[in-house]
Design a protein around this ligand. Structure first.
Ligand SMILES: [Zn+2]
Ligand SMILES: [Zn+2]
Length: 117
């Protein structure tokens, strides 16, 4: 069985607690469909290999937002390449993992596009 769901770990920028975003492949891009709290000790399946995710990403209309603070979007840190939640009303993204901060340009449509390579 080919499972077209992709799970990517995310850290809430407000609470610094771990969460998992579920993406669904719709034939053109990965669409975020749900978020859930990551249970302590659980590990996200390493489906995305060494951190590079190929393909475009978008928010599904059903995406309910960050499970902790309700932020309606997320960005990928250009330094540590991890996802952090981000609300469209926040002008600056502060990475909950490495402390990197910076302005967010538009909305994310490619996780890999925010990488530094
Ligand atoms: Zn959050
Ligand atoms: Zn970072």
């Amino acid at each position: 069985m080919t499972d077209d769901a992709l799970f990517v770990s995310m850290v809430c920028s407000s609470t610094r607690l771990p969460a998992v975003i579920r993406f669904r492949w719709d034939g053109e891009c990965y669409v975020a469909t749900a978020g859930s709290k990551q249970r302590p000790g659980s590990v996200v399946p390493p489906q995305h290999g060494n951190g590079s995710i190929n393909g475009s990403f978008s928010l599904g209309a059903a995406y309910p937002g960050c499970v902790y603070c309700g932020a309606d979007n997320f960005v990928r840190c250009g330094r540590c390449r991890e996802l952090g939640c981000h609300d469209h009303s926040w002008e600056v993204f502060n990475c909950p993992r490495c402390g990197n901060s910076g302005r967010v340009d538009g909305t994310i449509d490619s996780l890999s596009g925010l990488g530094s390579s």
